[in-house]
Write a protein that binds this ligand. Sequence first.
Ligand code: 5AD
Ligand code: SF4
Length: 364
Amino acid sequence: MNHLEDLLARAVAQEPVADAEWIALLGLRDPEACAMLFHAAYEVKKRYVGAKVYLRGLVEVSNLCTKNCYYCGIRRGNEHLTRFCLDRHEIVDTALQALDFHYGSVVLQAGERTDSRFADDIAEAVAEIKSASDGRLGITLSLGEQEKPVYATWFAAGAHRYLLRIEASNPALYARLHPADHSHAERLRCLELLRECGYQVGTGVMAGLPTQTLEDLWSDIRFFRDFDIDMIGMGPYLMHHDTPMPERFPDFHPTQEAQLSIGLKMIAVTRLFLRDVNIASTTALQALSPHGREEGLLAGANIIMPNLTSVRYREGYKLYDNKPGTDENAETSRDKLIESIARIGETIGFDEWGDSRHFQNRVK
Ligand code: 5AD
Ligand code: SF4
């Protein structure tokens, strides 16, 4: 048995694997070696969460954002953007399409706002989605850093999962990507608050950031474990031209192949290491390759978030350049997705919430 086969066999069997070996997996370059890694992660996925994809209908509620993360296309400082915000009725109507499509749950996502009008609107929208769907739709929120009473109110209204990416577990790397008033410690505190409120907690990072090392990525995965995270959403960092990133990192020009590869390797190593968590195959992978999301599923992911947002608003929610699907409606996105998931031999958990096995095991 060659070294890689031996290492992957140990990872699959949950035998000891050293830090340096996990880092070596993240650093694999040879396509055949990567394929072996993805295959091993897929075996673990089948064993722990099954070859089944859960869908979360994504509602992009608003591109207004009070923050100014250097990498993000909808940052406050981007003036080349028409801002939009769905009203409560539009949020509810958009979310309820998930029932017709048999998606078991929805994600409400928006730029960060902490005004009380926003908090109230979201609470009402969540409660309405809950009652109008007779409690059938699971509701995940991805609305940034908030005070504990706001998290608690939204939880009481019926949301039960929350996604808040830490973006980078290394505070020094985080500091290079955010203005000085964006606090890594505060973000960590928010993850703790979410846990205290009873949410299933999701986090994640971007992979392939300028100055990010393989050690950083391995620390990210250990951070997921140390925080006992239930669900993970991560994807490759992609440039947006109307952000300070090109100017800050003028020599950073990764190939699309390298970006896709690091995104997939992060999924695979996370699956091998954490086994029973939910891992999303994100749209950023699809931006790099037409079948990027399917490749994510084959590397160990088990969640896809098809976009329900009206085409009218999609152009305004571009976090990075070349975001796919901005010109296609929810029906077309759905039909294409269902077909491509069937093509790779996976089934879809229609009408199921698809809570993370890790969460189920954690609360047992
Ligand atoms: N490339 C990839 N992902 C991005 N995000 C924001 N900007 C980019 C980008 N340029 C991710 C962040 C954020 C999530 C909503 O989108 O991780 O948490
Ligand atoms: Fe706002 Fe999130 Fe973009 Fe940062 S990453 S600017 S918080 S939408």
